[in-house]
Design a protein around this ligand. Structure first.
Ligand code: GLV
Length: 327
């Protein structure tokens, strides 16, 4: 009998079809992990879960006695209770590397779109408001090139953002990270700063750190107050790294100039959120890695991680090596 696997939104169709040939796969598009009777029934026997951002806590794990691996189709794994998984020798894997440039593209896209007000100007033209030939200062944006970009979280994606900014836009790069990154300092002439100094000196602040207990609520009222009034804030990490209410206040009170946001405290974002009523925000629906090419590669890598684990081999992208050593 084939091993049971739960696939959860999102696994790309060709990858899902291939998995179905090898395992007894049950695909769920949306799951209420606390209530969905069909899901809870399958959970009892399932050996592997593959998908995007399934919230996994102690209660779910208690109902999955045969589970060996959760293969995330994402680089982030803040949806998983890694400590509880470790206790039960359940492996966790993610999909690092392949999405780096794709996420850096959208972060940089938000930098430009926000600074040059592209979505707002697009609406202006499409709504027929472009009536006279000359547009005035009320439509002007702010330069990106030659400005100072502060990157909070200098991992792979941070490096890729710095590369675009330094080589493409002649920007001055500052960064803040848990450790110094000599390669970034050398390649991009990036200057290390403590967080407060980075916030004070940057024209653009890009947040791209993983969500951990240490980074939850990292940017709040005090941090927005430290930023320049002309600063543009970009979040490509996770919504909860920012205190969203403080971000809204900072934008409303003119403590910062604008924000480009791909992630939100609660997703999907509430249609009544004040962030959607402001002219100085650019929002996207958590699409950092969402291109056809990259989504397919992520699904393929996640499936490979799953298959390796279910075949008793070490998956290449274990987020915690300890689980493997204990197995
Ligand atoms: C996207 O947000 C990811 O973590 O891959």
């Amino acid at each position: 009998m084939n091993k049971k696997v739960i696939a959860y939104n999102r696994v790309e169709t060709p990858v899902l079809e291939d998995l179905k040939k090898k395992y007894d796969v049950h695909f769920f598009k949306n799951i209420d992990t606390k209530k969905d009777p069909e899901f809870l029934d399958h959970l009892k026997e399932t050996e592997g879960i593959i998908g995007l951002e399934l919230p996994v806590d102690q209660e779910l794990l208690d109902q999955a006695p045969n589970l060996k691996i959760i293969s995330n189709v994402s680089v982030g794994y803040n949806n998983l209770d890694i400590n509880e998984m470790k206790k039960r020798n359940i492996m966790a894997t993610n999909t690092p590397g392949i999405l780096t440039d794709t996420v850096a593209d959208i972060v940089f896209g938000l930098v430009i779109a926000t600074a040059r007000r592209i979505p707002e100007m697009d609406n202006y033209v499409k709504n027929g408001q472009w009536q006279s030939e000359a547009i005035g200062p009320e439509h002007f944006g702010t330069n990106v090139h030659h400005k100072t970009l502060g990157i909070v979280g200098m991992g792979r994606i941070g490096h890729a953002i710095a590369q675009r900014a330094h080589f493409g836009f002649d920007m001055n790069i500052l960064y803040h990270s848990r450790s110094r990154k000599p390669d970034a300092e050398e390649r991009f002439n990036a200057g290390y700063r403590d967080l407060d100094a980075l916030l004070q000196e940057s024209d653009f602040v890009c947040l791209i750190t993983p969500l951990t207990p240490q980074t939850e609520g990292l940017i709040g009222k005090r941090e927005f107050e430290l930023m320049k009034k002309s600063a543009i804030f970009i979040n490509g990490s996770r919504g909860k790294t920012v205190v969203e209410e403080d971000l809204i206040n900072a934008l409303q009170n003119g403590e910062i100039a604008a924000a480009g946001l791909d992630v939100f405290e609660k997703e999907p974002l509430d249609p009544d959120s004040p962030l959607l009523k402001m002219k100085n925000t650019v929002t996207t629906p958590h699409i950092g890695s969402s291109t056809h090419e990259t989504e397919l590669k992520m699904s393929e890598l996640a499936a490979h991680n799953l298959e390796e684990a279910l075949s008793g081999r070490k998956p290449p992208n274990l987020v915690d090596e300890i689980v493997w050593k204990e197995n």
